[in-house]
Design a protein around this ligand. Structure first.
Ligand code: IPM
Ligand code: MG
Length: 370
C-alpha cells in the first residue's frame, strides 16, 4: 500500500486523446511508484465519445465523478465526425465548456517555454525566441464563450445581396468580479516569476475591454503596486508575441483573446504539441494539453504526448502540491529532448529517422528518464 492515494478522473475524449492520455497516465504511475503515491485512474466519457455513447457531450455521471476526484486529467475533444449543419445537434466542445463552467475553472494557465533542444523547431529565428518563458493567464468561464447567443430569421435583411434573412449574435459580457479574480491570479503568478503582467484588451473598440482595463488597474494599484503592469491591445499583442516574445512574463486576457493568442504563443515553441495547461477554480482543478484532438492523425500512434505529459506535471504542482515530483517530469522531458528524441511534429531535417518516435515510445522514453 502506498503512503497516499489520489483519485484522478481521466477524460480521454476524442481523436488523439486516448493515445496521449495513456502516456500521461504511464508517466504519472511511474512518478507514483517512485514517490510512494498511488494514483487511481478512472476513465469517464466526454465530447464526441460521450455523444456516441449517450447523446450528451458531458454526461451527469462524468461531472459528478470529476467533482469527486482529486484532479481531472483531460485529453481533447472534437472531430469532423460530429460536425453537423443542425444547430441543435450536440457538439463535443460543449462538453469541455460545460465541465469548465461546472467545476468553476475560471483561470487557465498556459506556460510557454522554449526548450533549447527545440529551438530549431520554431518557425521564428533562434535569436528571437531565445529566453522565451511566459505564462498566459486566460479567463476561462466568461466572455463571449458563455454569453447569450442566438440565430434567427429577420425579414428585414432578406433578399438583400442574396441574403435570406439569417441573423446571429454572440454576446461578450463580463462581471466586475470575474475581472477582479483573474487579475489577482495574474498578479500572484507574476510575483512568483519575473514580476511583470501584460494585460491584453481591445479598449479602442469594446466596452468590456474598457471595463477590463479599468478594473485590472484598480486591482494593481490597490493590491499589487509592486508588480510591473503594461496594457496592450489584442491585435498589437498578436504582433508583439512574434516580434519580441522573450519580453513577456505573465499575459492576462479574456477568454476568446486567450484562446487565439495561446495557439500563437504555442507555435513560438515550434509545436502546439508541447503546450500544457492547468485550469483552476475554487474546487477540483483540471489539466489538459492546449492542443486539439488532431483527428487527421488520430489512431496512427504518431501524436506528440509531451503536452499531455507536461500537463501531468502541472497536475502534480497545482492539485496535489507535489512540486518536487513535477520537477522530475519537466527534467525528464528536457532530457529526452536533449538526447535528440522527437515525435514527428517537432522533428526537422537534422533528426535521424531512428530518433523519430511514436506516441507510446515517446512516453516510454520519458518514463525511462525519470
Ligand atoms: C482550447 C480549445 C477549446 C477552446 C475548444 C476545443 C472549445 O481551443 O482549449 O484552447 O476554445 O477553449
Ligand atoms: Mg484553443
Amino acid at each position: 500500500m502506498a503512503a497516499k492515494t489520489y483519485k484522478i478522473c481521466c477524460l480521454p475524449g476524442d481523436g488523439i486523446g486516448p493515445e496521449v492520455i495513456a502516456e500521461g497516465k504511464k508517466v504519472l504511475a511511474a512518478v507514483g511508484a517512485k514517490a510512494d503515491v498511488e494514483f487511481i485512474f478512472q476513465d469517464h466519457l466526454i465530447g464526441g465519445a460521450a455523444i456516441d455513447a449517450c447523446g450528451d457531450p458531458l454526461p451527469d455521471e462524468t461531472l459528478a465523478a470529476a467533482k469527486a476526484a482529486d484532479a481531472v486529467f483531460l485529453a481533447s475533444v472534437g472531430g469532423p465526425k460530429w460536425d453537423s449543419t443542425d444547430p441543435n445537434a450536440p457538439r463535443p466542445e460543449q462538453g469541455l465548456l460545460r465541465i469548465r463552467k461546472g467545476l468553476g475553472l475560471y483561470t487557465n494557465l498556459r506556460p510557454v517555454k522554449i526548450y533549447d533542444a527545440l529551438a530549431s523547431a520554431s518557425t521564428l529565428r533562434p535569436e528571437v525566441i531565445r529566453g522565451v518563458d511566459m505564462v498566459l493567464v486566460r479567463e476561462l468561464t466568461g466572455g463571449i464563450y458563455f454569453g447569450r447567443r442566438e440565430r434567427f430569421y429577420d425579414e428585414e435583411g432578406a433578399g438583400e445581396n442574396g441574403g435570406r434573412g439569417q441573423r446571429a449574435y454572440d454576446m461578450m459580457e463580463y462581471h466586475e468580479y470575474e475581472v477582479v479574480r483573474i487579475a489577482r491570479q495574474a498578479f500572484e503568478a507574476a510575483r512568483k516569476r519575473k514580476n511583470k503582467v501584460t494585460s491584453v484588451d481591445k479598449r479602442n473598440v469594446l466596452e468590456t475591454s474598457r471595463m477590463w482595463r479599468e478594473i485590472v488597474h484598480r486591482v494593481h494599484d490597490e493590491e499589487y503596486p509592486d508588480v510591473e503592469l503594461e496594457d496592450l491591445l489584442v491585435d498589437n499583442t498578436a504582433m508583439q508575441l512574434i516580434s519580441r516574445p522573450a519580453d513577456f512574463d505573465v499575459v492576462v486576457t479574456e477568454n476568446m483573446f486567450g484562446d487565439i493568442l495561446s495557439d500563437e504563443a504555442a507555435q513560438i515553441t515550434g509545436s502546439l504539441g508541447m503546450l500544457a495547461s492547468a485550469s483552476l477554480g475554487d474546487g477540483v482543478s483540471l489539466f489538459e494539453p492546449s492542443a486539439g484532438s488532431a483527428p487527421d492523425i488520430a489512431g496512427l500512434g504518431v501524436a506528440n504526448p509531451l503536452a499531455q505529459i507536461l500537463s501531468a506535471g502541472m497536475l502534480l504542482t497545482y492539485a496535489l502540491d507535489m512540486t518536487e515530483e513535477a520537477g522530475w517530469i519537466e527534467a525528464a522531458v528536457e532530457r529526452v529532448l536533449n538526447e535528440g528524441w522527437r515525435t514527428r511534429d517537432i522533428a526537422d531535417e537534422s533528426t535521424p529517422a531512428d530518433h523519430i518516435l511514436g506516441t507510446s515510445a515517446m512516453g516510454d522514453k520519458v518514463v525511462a528518464a525519470l
